[in-house]
Design a binder for this molecule. Structure first.
Ligand code: EPZ
Length: 427
């Protein structure tokens, strides 16, 4: 397994291009299953999760061509010949569950492995299933698979009222509803930019959708959807991650393609902490205001609140802030695994259940640390950028799931970072 070595190297300067959103692409790709016409996605990120989704769609008989070094994905589900999503692919990536709604809506049946949990939590899919049942699906859970069947006339429009906000369940329901007979109203819908992006793509494909980005989305089902070309929205989590690099190291970095509306709550916290963010005509320019970073309190919430996917990275910043910060993780039950690794670097952090209290220290010290999940891995790299000495991050395969070319992007702004090839082992 490869390792990434980071050495504190002073302030950063330059620009970092931000890629298309992993979490948008992972729901846009299954949308190909809703039509037999070609769907082309541009600005696609080059990530291992995208390759896993490609493998899954191909296993169903879809064609997925990766063009222009992976930045364009040309998809077609004209010849679907398999409606079973196997455990050996689904276990690698939970977003695989997003093929369920589209397959059921278009062909009336699907067998999808239940995704396992993961490091950050149990990650149940009961809300996905509840939404599809509301639309008339008959779901039989056995042998670790969901065996789903639509009624003879196809799924029907329904009121889907989610008890808690779920990004994935909203995406499954939204895609299924585009071909259901009648009107579907999704209440307490997720409002993430990735949902808005999916709705805009589905509308390009001929879907009738209103209200995306609000808590209530209304969909009028249509007979069929046609093909489209759609640009994947900018990745707000990659954006926020790289905005933290100059915040932690000092200097000034411009994140190309960054949009303030994608990270408004995050920017409010950066401002409170003493980090300045300026909109330019190319993206967002970030630098530390004069003086050290100030402690701030953070609560993770569904969009437009502070994103849980930036909690670990924010903790890395607050490790060397002046004062004590409290981070409350309200979305997932076990998302502080980066804390023990940051403590190895000299951070002072106390974790009690869903709360982590970070007492700022002057400097972190480089150390060998281990990535435990995607966002934890990049928070350790951020911490290493400003630490004294060398930080060696292992298990960086977690990183490859959600960050393309992280070494090149950070070296481009002056970071001292390199990737060393480790012995390759089969997982
Ligand atoms: C999406 O996961 C993202 N993944 C996650 O990003 C992100 O952290 C999460 O949304 C929250 O924003 C993708 O888009 C591929 P949820 P998802 O359903 O859809 C509970 C990353 O790092 N829940 O909004 O799985 C669930 O346990 C990843 O890129 C149920 O109880 O998240 C959690 O506590 C990590 N039943 C809460 O809802 C369900 O049926 C929110 O989960 C579904 C979810």
């Amino acid at each position: 397994m490869d390792q990434i070595i980071v050495r504190g190297n002073g302030p950063l300067k330059g620009e970092i291009p931000i890629a298309g959103a992993k979490n948008a692409c992972l729901t846009l790709m299954p949308a190909t299953l809703l039509t037999d016409q070609p769907l082309t996605l541009t600005n696609a990120p080059r990530l291992s999760d995208i390759r896993t989704m490609t493998e899954l769609l191909r296993s169903l008989g879809a064609e997925v061509a990766s063009l222009q070094e992976g930045q364009v994905l040309a998809l077609s589900s004209h010849d679907l010949n398999n409606h079973t999503a196997d455990y050996d692919i689904v276990r690698k990536m939970r977003a695989s569950i997003l093929v369920l709604g589209p397959m059921l809506a278009r062909d009336g049946h699907a067998i999808v492995s239940l995704p396992g949990g993961c490091a950050i939590g149990a990650r149940p899919v009961d809300l996905h299933l509840r939404a599809l049942e509301a639309m008339g699906a008959d779901l039989d859970l056995r042998d670790g698979y969901v065996h789903a069947k639509a009624p003879a006339g196809g799924l029907k429009g329904a009121v889907v009222d989610f008890p808690i906000v779920s990004v994935g369940a909203t995406e499954n329901a939204l895609m299924a509803a585009t071909l259901a007979r009648g009107t579907t109203v999704i209440k307490n819908a997720a409002r993430e930019p990735e949902i808005v992006d999916l709705a805009q793509c589905l509308r390009r494909m001929g879907a009738h959708i209103e209200g995306e980005g609000t808590s209530t989305i209304t969909i009028e089902g249509v007979q069929a959807l046609h093909g489209a070309t759609h640009p994947v929205v900018t990745d707000r989590i990659e954006l926020g991650t790289y905005m933290l690099a100059p915040a932690i190291c000092g200097g000034e970095v411009e994140c190309l393609g960054g949009r303030i509306d994608l990270v408004a709550a995050f920017c409010e916290k950066l401002d409170e902490a003493g980090v300045s963010v300026t909109e330019t005509d190319r993206g967002l320019k970030v630098s530390r205001k004069n003086g050290p970073v100030q402690a701030v309190n953070v609560v993770t919430e569904p969009f437009p609140g502070f994103p849980t996917d930036l909690q670990a990275q924010m903790m890395a910043l607050l490790c060397t802030a002046e004062g004590s910060s409290v981070l409350e993780e309200k979305i997932f039950e076990n998302r502080f695994m980066h804390a023990p690794e940051l403590i190895r670097m000299g951070a002072r952090i106390e974790v009690h259940g869903g709360h982590a209290t970070v007492h700022g220290v002057k400097k972190l010290r480089g150390a060998p640390v281990m990535a435990t999940d995607l966002r934890a891995s990049v928070s350790l790299i951020l911490a290493g950028l400003a630490a004294e000495g060398e930080t060696i991050v292992s298990r960086v395969y977690h990183l490859d799931r959600g960050y393309e070319k992280v070494v090149r992007k950070l070296r481009g702004v002056g970071a001292d970072i390199e990737r060393i090839k480790g012995p390759q082992i089969d997982e």
